[in-house]
Design a protein around this ligand. Structure first.
Ligand code: MEV
Length: 441
């Protein structure tokens, strides 16, 4: 097939036809078709669920589903599900969870659960008059969205606030109707967006039916939730007396604390380090968010906006040492749900929630944040002691051996040999070559 031609009606093809067509783009179409087909789920019911999460589904792209046990959070032990492709993340989370489990665990609290969204519009009438009519507009819009919000109100959520703001710095006559929402145990995106769109229509009707206003002065632009939700944050803390840290990576607790604090201070001040530091936090957060069928892009976007709230992108976590106590904490926005979306539709997301005792949204916020802090702790602990590569590369060894097509015997010999050495790709390839040539390691 001509790769430059426009494809018509692709979405109408069956998954098998789609796979056949798309395989034609690969260097070896038959092998590609075999690979694509091998990941298509043999159970029709499961595949139907997965296919319907997206469009133009050819097959599935599996990622490892793992658990990090021993997360002690607010006195409860959790086995935390993590979906991630980076080999060292689950090991790091598990190791940090165990480290803190015997030092008091993680203490977490939700600081707020309010989400927000905006109706963006232009208004060419008298702005002062529009602003003055806001109480009336609010009552009108609330009545109009009563039926939409009814279900959410019954679950303890709803519309919490409505504010009108003019943004002349963006453009004269440009306004936002900013709405606050509580969404109970749902992430709430559909609810928020439906209400905001209804506000758009409702505001038009208000202007058309009230004297002193003209419908033609109103031009709705867009209605959408914001993934920046500073009113929906969670804080998690790990702390213990410095001496209770014990020897860390061969370093005395006082020296370790000093080095650790310095690493966090650098991430506070330097954007290059802050980005990597926060990536380490998101390793843990995203893995839990993904495992529970939540929207990790929303969490990522919100977290990085939060990290920039002072005007400079900074570390999401903080560390201190006061009165002989080492304290490590993290606060970040976390709009997650335990009902709605994929959370119960994806059989593995549903299982993840069961595994954690069916947490509510606030519990999940705390668990995901604890995973973030645990991964951050493990990364900094390695960085300021042994260095990251020793552990990372050891975890990466199986991937390298897989790439080299190592047999089970070769694997066993290599794992033993590299148990105390850095297994770079070159070193492992050389090692395997030597044992294959019969020259021994
Ligand atoms: C790797 O996925 C994450 C780290 O780079 C985080 C960090 O540097 O703090 C190890």
């Amino acid at each position: 097939m001509n790769k430059n031609q426009i494809i018509k009606g692709f979405s109408k093809l069956s998954p098998e036809e789609k796979r056949t067509l798309v395989s034609g783009f690969a260097k070896e179409p038959r092998a590609a078709l075999k690979t694509l087909s091998s990941f298509f789920h043999p159970d029709d019911a499961i595949q139907k669920i997965l296919s319907e999460f997206s469009e133009n589904t050819l097959t599935n792209f599996p990622l490892p589903f793992s658990v990090a046990p021993n997360f002690l959070i607010n006195g409860n032990i959790y086995m935390v599900p993590m979906v991630i492709e980076e080999s060292s993340v689950v090991a790091a989370a598990s190791s940090a969870a165990r480290f803190w489990a015997v030092r008091g665990g993680f203490t977490a609290r939700v600081r707020g659960t309010e989400k927000n969204g905006q109706l963006h519009f232009k208004y060419s009438g008298n702005p002062a008059r529009l602003i003055a009519a806001m109480p009336e507009i609010e009552a009108w819009l609330r009545t109009r969205t009563d039926s939409l919000a009814e279900n959410m109100t019954r679950r303890g959520g709803g519309i919490t606030s409505l504010t009108l703001r003019e943004f002349p710095e963006i453009e004269a006559g440009y306004f936002q109707l900013i709405a606050g929402f509580e969404t109970a145990d749902a992430m709430g995106a559909n609810f928020i967006n439906s209400v905001l769109e209804e506000f758009g229509v409702g505001l038009q009707e208000f202007l058309a039916s009230h004297s002193g206003f003209r419908e033609e002065d109103y031009e709705p632009l867009m209605a959408i939730l914001s993934n920046y939700c500073p009113g929906c944050t969670v804080e998690v803390v790990a702390e213990c007396p410095v001496e209770a840290l014990g020897m860390v990576g061969g370093i005395h607790p006082e020296d370790f604390t000093e080095r650790f604090l310095m690493a966090v201070k650098i991430a506070e001040m330097d954007v290059f380090r802050a980005t990597t530091h926060n990536k380490g936090i998101m390793n843990g957060v995203d893995a839990v968010v993904l495992a529970t069928g939540n929207d990790f892009r929303a969490i990522e976007a919100g977290a990085h906006a939060w990290a920039s709230r002072s005007g400079q992108y900074r570390s999401l976590s903080q560390a201190s040492m006061e009165g002989g106590v080492f304290r490590f904490s993290l606060e970040l926005p976390m709009a997650v749900g335990t009902v709605g979306g994929l959370t119960r539709l994806h059989p593995l997301a549903d299982f993840s929630l069961q595994l954690m005792g069916n947490p509510n949204a606030q519990d999940l916020m705390m668990i995901a944040a604890a995973a973030g802090l645990a991964n951050n702790f493990a990364a900094l602990r390695s960085l300021v002691t042994t260095g990251i590569q020793a552990g990372h590369m050891r975890m990466h060894l199986p991937n390298i051996l897989l790439q080299l097509g190592a047999t089970p015997e070769e694997r066993a010999i290599a794992e033993n040999y590299f148990s105390d050495k850095k297994p770079s790709h070159q070193a492992v390839a050389g090692f395997i070559k030597r044992i294959r040539e019969g020259g021994g390691p």
